[in-house]
Design a protein around this ligand. Structure first.
Ligand SMILES: [Zn+2]
Length: 417
């Protein structure tokens, strides 16, 4: 692996104990030339690559926005004839408008335009979830997407100068994935089908991802026996045996955990038990290709479960539930005492069960949202959980709610004065 993914260690955050992907230092771009005619630009969570041919340049992905994309443009010599989107996530298409001077053909999956439409339709919601997932400020301006000029499904090949570009669509992290193979270089550019760490198969905010198809797409890449694999945009480069080992580790962990989830669904196991029961196979737990620093196995389980299972968890109380707040109020009324809930939550925290404490305390928070002592205790619980969390997405979430609780306490105090 030529570069480390997520160079900034999310366990050692620079500010507010969370990781801001567009904060200071995060727009830094590192350039590499991993093999003749192939160049990459690498940022903290994304990357892109461009391939020189004897008849112009093919750019694969475009980085997250115009700022780093502009730095890439300065490095490219030759006319950009094609841009290929490996999928429609913003860190892959956000910089595209910078590269349009030569009117390149922009190629993507047939489903990518639907994604852009969805992003526009749900812009407010996406701004909120990005604040939680990535510790981003609210997004105020619409992004000027560059729509593909050519879309396809299945396989598509084009030749430019001395190189052949074999494109394949896949359903994996998204429904609009495209991966590229250049036989002359024995190089595969697979977007986010791998990200250098534990695969981002489950994401608590996002629609269901395609677990089994994801493994199959990686198996297709593996069958080509590639010498180079560029992934995480092109932020991570694997070569030779490492490329094959990384593919094997990802394929095995996906298939193994997928099969565990299916087995437990067939046994009727509840999802809240399943997320603790499904495990990464022992021999892969320490794999350098599967470090759990971005996503995590519990997210994988939720995701795969949802692909095969509806919302109903076979508890009749949950088929057509009353609003949660109403139920919590009833339970709180029976307990009849803030102190009991606070005391028990503290005991659970002392007993090293902060998650259970968080859920017990939730009865109080939901029944009495302005309970300052309850909010303060929740901050303590979230800090405890967050400090021990190495996964970027969950870690950022705990700290997002700490900030929110602090703000809520300030607003309650302001109302009282
Ligand atoms: Zn992605």
């Amino acid at each position: 692996m030529s570069q480390k993914p997520f160079e900034i260690d999310p366990t050692k955050p620079r500010d507010a104990k969370s990781v801001n992907i567009i904060g200071e230092g995060m727009m830094r771009v590192t350039f590499t030339d991993p093999l003749e005619d192939v160049h990459t630009a690498v940022m903290v969570i994304s990357g892109c690559a461009w391939v020189d041919t004897t008849d112009g340049v093919v750019l694969i992905d475009t980085l997250i926005n115009k700022v780093p994309a502009g730095m890439v443009l300065e490095k490219i010599s030759g006319k950009i004839k094609y841009i290929i989107y490996t999928h429609g996530h913003m860190d892959h298409i956000g910089g595209a408008s910078v590269f349009m001077r030569d009117n390149p053909e922009v190629i993507a999956s047939k489903y990518l335009p639907d994604r852009l439409e969805k992003y526009q339709m749900t812009a407010a919601h996406r701004s909120l979830i990005n604040q939680m997932q990535f510790n981003l400020p609210p997004i105020r301006r619409p992004v000027d997407y560059v729509h593909p000029t050519k879309t396809f499904l299945g396989d598509m090949t084009f030749t430019l100068g001395d190189k052949t570009f074999e494109l394949h669509t896949a359903r994996a992290e998204t429904d609009d994935a495209v991966w590229v193979y250049i036989p002359e270089l024995k190089a595969a550019f697979i977007g986010d089908l791998m990200i250098g760490v534990f695969p981002n198969i489950g994401n608590p905010w996002k629609p269901t991802r395609f677990t089994l198809d994801w493994a199959k797409a990686l198996e297709e890449v593996r069958a080509l026996d590639p010498e180079y694999v560029f992934c995480n945009g092109a932020g991570v480069t694997y070569k030779g045996k490492q490329a094959l080992d990384a593919l094997d580790a990802n394929i095995e962990v996906i298939r193994d955990m997928h099969d565990q989830v299916v087995k437990y669904i067939n046994e009727g196991m509840h999802i809240t038990e399943m997320i603790h029961k499904v495990k990464v196979p022992d021999h892969l737990k320490k794999s350098p290709y599967l470090r759990e620093i971005y996503s995590r196995p519990e997210f994988f389980v939720f995701n795969t479960y949802r692909w095969y299972h509806g919302y109903f968890d076979h508890n009749p109380a949950h088929l057509l539930p009353r609003p949660e707040k109403e139920v919590m109020k009833e339970i709180f009324g029976l307990i009849g005492d803030d102190n009991k809930l606070i005391k028990r939550s503290k005991e659970l925290l002392e007993n090293n069960q902060p998650q259970l404490a968080l859920q017990v305390l939730d009865v109080l928070i939901q029944a009495d949202p302005d309970n300052i002592e309850g909010r303060k205790l929740r901050i303590e619980l979230l800090k405890t959980i967050g400090d021990g969390d190495k996964c970027l997405m969950s870690k950022n979430t705990w700290f997002y709610f700490i900030k929110k609780d602090k703000k809520h306490i300030r607003s309650i105090k302001a109302k009282k004065t």
